[in-house]
Design a protein around this ligand. Structure first.
Ligand SMILES: [Zn+2]
Length: 124
């Protein structure tokens, strides 16, 4: 059987919002797709334009600069590895952190609903 990776969207997430993502966010998404294909990781969007995970108003999501991915069913360490690799390669496209001013393309965090990946790009 040919290789297959599942790409899904959480019910509340509007998949068409993917088409609105900013150019840099699409670059990051391209790397995510490649990484997940190579490592057999399912891709599940849990938030694109709206931040459904936190229910908070997140500027990066509203501005179509970010998307969230579930890491459910990923082998341990995979999310961390993706985070590290994407930040090494595309960190310069990442959004600036409010807390330390550093650029990050990807953060692995838990804002109350379990760990997930938040992938984000800078404004311009
Ligand atoms: Zn997010």
């Amino acid at each position: 059987m040919s290789k297959m990776v599942l790409v899904t969207c959480k019910d509340e997430v509007v998949d068409r919002d993917l088409l609105e993502l900013k150019e840099h966010a699409h670059t990051l998404l391209g790397f995510v797709l490649s990484f997940c294909m190579v490592h057999n990781l399912p891709i599940r969007f849990t938030s694109i334009k709206s931040d459904n995970v936190t229910g908070r108003v997140s500027t990066s999501h509203i501005e179509s600069r970010a998307f969230d991915l579930s890491i459910k069913n990923w082998p341990s360490g995979s999310a961390w590895k993706l985070c590290q690799e994407i930040n090494e390669k595309y960190g310069y496209l990442g959004a600036y952190s409010n807390s330390d001013g550093k650029q990050r393309a990807c953060v692995l965090h838990d804002v109350g609903q379990g760990q997930h990946l938040h992938i984000q790009c800078k404004r311009k």
